[in-house]
Design a protein around this ligand. Structure first.
Ligand code: AMP
Length: 527
């Protein structure tokens, strides 16, 4: 007998859920490593007077399209975008209309089509009037034109017009297009503009930490929900010392967290004066060797020739090596900026390597670009990317003359590299497991747990009484530093037996001696 629909649904509901492809759970103890990494970043960034900024994880789609650039992989194919609206009625009606194939040979089909399109127009107008549907020029025009065409279609009985009516209705925007942020620079700039932060004194130094979303092909070090810790400096000055300070801060963090074999690559990709001339020169030279290039690079000759320099294909390397280099085509101001940056890096003891092919994937960069690679990551070895973006604030509708520079560290990759390097920090674990036995021991166990926790120690208090062996076994498995043994005898005498699990050494102590002992051993100079 076949399954009944209800049974089928029940079975489907009982299926085991799994994290969506390209996303993952960060579980303990790894999560402690993540917290430690992010906390280290906060401390280092704050020591350079950067402050935390928290922006929403979704924004208007056009914010990203405009800043990152339509012709990038991120905007072109990797964004999670949806139309945010409350008009299921209109959405449903639209799907019906789009399925209709009315013909004047069958007047009933035309009558139905006509009624549904009229309903659509009526609901669309009502939504625009009450502000639940975007009242854009685009939508106003669609509503207007569609009613004119519909009348004409019915009156003149022109079969062919139904297709153009359907096309217009398809293009009507029922809600706002919203995107899960693929990166945070655009959001930080949006917030800077929205809150008029240019009126605040000096440059704004901001940092953030959080998830980003890109629909990439998942592999080691590449996820669809990944995490970044980043920083941005926004303001009127573009002094090379700012770029250098940002890089010094970045490397201070990487040294502090023990990232192995890091390499900082630096380049300058010019400004809006010199870059377009270089891009044209590059395009011209690339056209000459077009036949020797593969599909992606060929396409980029026309759309974004700088991106050809990113190519990792072995057969293209010899050709790319012979292309003109931007460093030889920078304008005087850019050349001087880059030279000063290098001086500043030397002054600050920041080791770097020049890499003329480092153009970065996003459109908004100007002048300084940089990338940091680390060990243990295979082909996805970039842990951080960044650069200067002097025109971005203006491009997003903000005040003219505001400069910017920033970077984003891929936290997933930084953690992977630290784990692969084996140079893991010693993070505090469970300090005390309270092995209480007997009803009379319970109240003193609760009281001492509370006191130790108030001192910031991690304490595990079993919710139910356990046999002595089982209790100590569990303490061991949980990796506790001490077992605090509290039986009825101890409870009666107001003492505790403190056992260090690493070597089994134990002592009977009163409360103040107990606290002093634990604190001196776990918090002392050699802890
Ligand atoms: P981008 O904004 O592409 O320059 O990225 C900056 C950094 O974020 C990169 O260097 C990576 O470390 C990290 N990153 C970018 N995309 C991903 C991803 N899909 N999965 C994990 N990390 C990523």
């Amino acid at each position: 007998m076949s399954e009944q629909p209800a049974e089928k649904t029940e079975k489907a509901e009982r299926r085991q859920f799994r994290a969506i492809k390209g996303t993952r759970d960060i579980l303990p103890p790894d999560s402690a490593l993540w917290n430690w990494f992010e906390q280290s970043a906060r401390e280092v960034f704050e020591s350079y007077n950067f402050r935390d900024i928290r922006t929403p994880i979704f924004e208007d789609t056009s914010l990203f399209a405009r800043s990152i650039g339509e012709d990038t992989d991120v905007v072109g194919k990797e964004m999670y975008t949806w139309v945010d609206h409350e008009h299921q009625d209109l959405e449903g009606l639209r799907s019906f209309i789009l399925l209709r194939e009315p013909t004047f040979e069958n007047l009933e089909t035309v009558r139905l089509f006509n009624t549904q399109v009229k309903d659509f127009i009526r609901l669309a107008r009502a939504g625009m009037a009450d502000g639940t549907i975007p009242r854009t020029h685009h939508n106003e025009r669609i509503v207007q034109d569609t009613s004119v065409v519909l009348e004409h279609y019915v009156r003149e009985q022109v079969d062919g017009l139904s297709a153009s009516i359907k096309d217009s209705i398809h293009k009507f925007e029922i809600g706002e297009r919203i995107t899960l942020r693929p990166e945070a620079t655009a959001s930080v700039c949006r917030a800077y503009i929205e809150h008029g932060m240019q009126t605040l004194p000096g440059n704004q130094k901001l940092y953030y930490a959080g998830p980003m979303f890109r629909r990439e092909r998942p592999q080691k070090g590449r996820y669809r929900q990944f995490y970044q810790v980043g920083a941005e400096v926004l303001g009127p000055s573009d002094a090379p010392a700012i770029d250098a300070e940002v890089l010094e801060m970045l490397l201070t963090l990487f040294n502090r967290v023990g990232l192995a074999h890091i390499k900082l690559y630096v380049n300058s990709i010019g400004c809006k004066e010199c870059r377009p001339k270089y891009v044209e020169l590059l395009r011209g030279d690339l056209r000459k060797v077009k036949d020797q290039l593969k599909e992606d690079s060929r396409r980029r000759i026309e759309t974004n020739p700088l991106r050809v320099l990113d190519s990792k294909l072995p057969e293209e390397q010899a050709i790319i090596e012979k292309l003109p280099r931007i460093s030889e085509h920078l304008c005087d101001a850019c050349r001087e900026h880059f030279a000063k940056l290098k001086e500043e890096l030397e002054l600050r003891g920041v080791a770097y390597e020049g890499n003329w092919r480092l153009v970065r994937g996003l459109d908004y960069y100007t002048r300084t670009t940089f990338e940091v690679t680390a060990a243990g990551l295979g082909s996805q070895n970039a842990v951080c990317g960044g650069g200067r973006y002097d025109g971005l604030v203006e491009l997003l509708g903000g005040p003219a003359g505001i400069k910017g520079i920033g970077f984003a560290i891929g936290t997933d990759r930084a953690i992977l590299s630290i784990q692969e390097g084996g140079n893991l920090p010693k993070l505090p674990g469970l300090a005390v497991f309270i092995a209480w036995m007997g009803a009379k021991a319970y109240a003193p166990a609760v009281a001492i747990a509370k006191k130790l926790r108030a001192r910031g120690l991690a304490v595990e208090l079993p919710p139910e009484e356990l046999k002595f062996r089982k209790s100590l076994g569990l303490a061991d498995k949980l990796g506790a530093y001490y077992a605090l043994i509290l039986g009825e005898d101890e409870a009666a005498s107001g003492t505790f037996t403190l056992k260090r699990l690493s070597d089994g050494q134990q002592d009977k102590l009163d409360e103040s001696a107990l606290i002093a002992r634990i604190e001196s051993e776990l918090r002392g100079p050699n802890a």
